[in-house]
Write a protein that binds this ligand. Structure first.
Ligand code: SF4
Ligand code: SF4
Length: 378
């Protein structure tokens, strides 16, 4: 049975050992990074850099603790994400969100190069066929997947599976474009954008968030979409509050394809070379790639660590399913009733991605929860 380590976000004493960074140090020591990684081995600390306005990413202090832990056993870590917006702009976003070499103590790099085209096609499954895995992630022998748990408009819940699937895969492939990249998860078929001029309020948000300038409003009122340039990231669809643009999608297929893509990424690692750290902190309603981060909808729960991706996801959702919605948040309620806050927000059966990951053999939903308290006095 998989072990899942947990430390609560509550600080019961005003001591470093009771802080979240202090508890993370203890967790890493209990898990034993040396059981997974070797001296001199390169290890990717996979995280999501966020967006210009979405600041609620995994905080640099936690990334630094992971980096220090890896350096402590002699491994060579780097902090990694893949190109979401143009590569140079995305590194600027990382820096703005506090993630840089000085803050985290290791190089901060893009796994698929500045252009997002350094990737290798890897077998995925029935839905995706093959998918373009970032070449650094393909080549590197070890990885610690640091995921910020939050909601998601299509997946309902976003944690380690989504971090690996969307973040381990490039937006597009040099030759087969978006159909081999994460756009294949977002859309089905030809994936063409459909615009409804009747519903459109000409707010231009879709054009503003497009990382490729693939949407232009001609004479200010006629949407032109460049289907050859677009890599079907879906940002435009997600920010449109008038439901005036759509791309053909299917939430169940999306969630299953997340599990497939995560499996493709993991197939490039040997067994027991990937660790997962889920941060149940600043749990906001939407993905960190959106142009803004809303206030948290659930109180911080803590940190979970496992070497089983399914177990760490299952343990995370079990904790979230009995949470109390935070007043003044997107939950729109001041009631203190416990419930499945993320389901109430998005009305998506997000467990599909976890069930599918288990069906694909990525791990098990059966786990033993080991709660760790404060770090021992130094
Ligand atoms: S975001 Fe939606 S409403 Fe705004 S301009 Fe684009 S299509 Fe129109
Ligand atoms: S899906 Fe929308 S935001 Fe993304 S590249 Fe295409 S047009 Fe731009």
């Amino acid at each position: 049975m998989a072990k899942v380590y947990f430390s609560s976000a509550r600080a019961l004493k005003w001591k470093y050992g009771d802080s979240m960074p202090g508890k993370l140090e203890r967790m890493l020591s209990e898990v034993g990074l040396g059981n997974y990684f070797s001296p001199k081995e390169w290890v990717a600390v996979k995280t999501h850099f966020g967006s210009e306005g979405a600041h609620r990413v995994v905080r640099p202090v936690f990334l630094r603790k992971v980096v220090e832990g890896l350096k402590g056993i002699g491994a060579k870590p780097c902090v990694v994400d893949t190109v979401r917006i143009k590569g140079l702009d995305y590194l600027d976003v990382a820096n703005q969100n506090g993630i840089n070499h000085l803050s985290v103590g290791a190089p901060v790099v893009l796994g698929d190069g500045l252009y997002g085209k350094d990737n290798i096609m890897v077998k995925a499954g029935e839905i995706l066929g093959e998918i373009a895995v970032a070449s650094l992630i393909y080549d590197i022998p070890g990885m610690v997947v640091c995921s910020h748990v939050k909601g998601h408009i299509n997946a309902g819940y976003a944690g380690a599976i989504k971090n690996l699937a969307m973040g381990g895969v490039s937006s597009a492939h040099r030759h087969c474009g978006w159909k081999c990249g994460r756009g294949a998860m977002h859309t089905i078929g030809e994936g063409d954008l459909v615009w409804d001029s009747e519903k459109c309020e000409l707010c231009y948000q879709c054009a503003e968030v497009c990382p490729l300038d693939a949407i232009v409003f001609e004479e200010g009122e006629q949407l032109f979409w460049d289907g050859n340039t677009c890599w079907r990231c879906g940002r435009c669809v997600r920010v449109c509050q008038s439901e005036a643009i759509a791309m053909p999608g299917d939430d169940e297929r999306f969630m299953k394809s997340l599990a497939e893509a995560a499996g493709a990424v993991l197939s490039t690692f040997e067994r027991k070379k990937v660790l997962y750290i889920n941060f149940l902190t600043e749990i906001q309603p939407e993905c960190d790639c959106m142009p803004a981060a809303d206030v948290p909808v659930i109180q911080d729960a803590g940190i979970l660590i496992s070497d089983d991706i399914v177990a760490v996801e299952q343990a995370s959702v079990v904790m979230l399913q009995s949470a109390i919605p935070l007043p003044g948040s997107a939950t729109g309620t001041d009631k203190r009733d416990k419930g499945d806050v993320l389901f109430e927000l998005h009305k998506k059966d997000y467990r599909i991605q976890i069930d599918e990951a288990e069906r694909l053999g990525l791990g098990s939903r059966n786990y033993e929860l080991i709660e760790l308290g404060a770090q021992k006095e130094k």
